[in-house]
Design a protein around this ligand. Structure first.
Ligand SMILES: NC(=O)C1=CN([C@@H]2O[C@H](COP(=O)(O)OP(=O)(O)OC[C@H]3O[C@@H](n4cnc5c(N)ncnc54)[C@H](O)[C@@H]3O)[C@@H](O)[C@H]2O)[C@@H](O)CC1
Length: 190
């Protein structure tokens, strides 16, 4: 993603769990990167951390919308922060409709951690959404092994001892640097 300008509208679709929490944080960042952000957050939780994140977005005058399809028709990009690794079973309303709409959308989809509706272990259920961009957090999950779009790894949270114990090599471990986000689109194909 490049820097936005006030003409670029990003629709942030936010789920009920921590993946949605990431989405609320991303909404704040996108605002500060210059995007015109609107948030679809139909299942809000009462936990203080989520209330505080919403408060931060209200302070930025970011709009919260109820009409997902209407908001989508005006958006230039949609961010999928509905479900991450806590998703299982059949998608319940209202997200069943939202994911169905996202399967046919023409604008780019950027997904947080795992494309919503994919299994953390088994991946795309076959007719899942196909995001153009995926940002995996801490480490790519088994389920996105066959993901073919643009793929970034974000979140430098993994202690080296744990990485060694689990047998995975982060790009930062081999390359150092100061980036918070690294393009691993080719990395997984090696
Ligand atoms: N736990 C961690 O260490 C971290 C988690 N993070 C984020 O948190 C995500 C995992 O968060 P959670 O464990 O809260 O799980 P998710 O946010 O992936 O999903 C759980 C929520 O979705 C609902 N849900 C699950 N299956 C559903 C279905 N079939 N239909 C409708 N609703 C359904 C659950 O009721 C719950 O509210 C990660 O993917 C990542 O994005 C990151 O913030 C980094 C740290």
């Amino acid at each position: 993603m490049t820097n936005g300008n006030n003409d670029t509208e990003a629709l942030q679709s936010v789920g009920p769990g921590n993946n949605g929490g990431d989405g609320l944080v991303a909404a704040r960042h996108l605002f500060h990167f210059g995007y015109n952000v609107v948030v679809y957050y139909p299942k809000k939780t009462d936990k203080p951390i989520y209330q505080n994140l919403q408060k931060q977005l209200h302070a930025l005058h970011i709009s919260f919308v109820d009409d997902f399809t209407g908001a989508l028709s005006k958006a230039d990009v949609v961010i999928d922060a509905i479900f991450g690794f806590g998703f299982n079973g059949n998608v319940r309303a209202p997200f069943d409709t939202v994911l169905d709409v996202l399967k046919n959308v023409k604008i780019p989809i950027a997904a947080v951690d795992i494309p919503s509706g994919w299994s953390v272990e088994k991946g795309d259920p076959g007719n899942g959404i196909k995001p153009d961009l995926l940002v995996s957090l801490s480490a790519p999950k088994r389920g996105v092994e066959k993901y073919t779009g643009k793929h970034f790894l974000g979140g430098r949270f993994v202690p080296p001892d744990l990485a060694d114990e689990m047998g995975f090599n982060t790009p930062w471990k081999s390359h150092g640097g100061t980036e918070q986000c690294v393009d691993i689109s080719q990395w997984l194909k090696l």
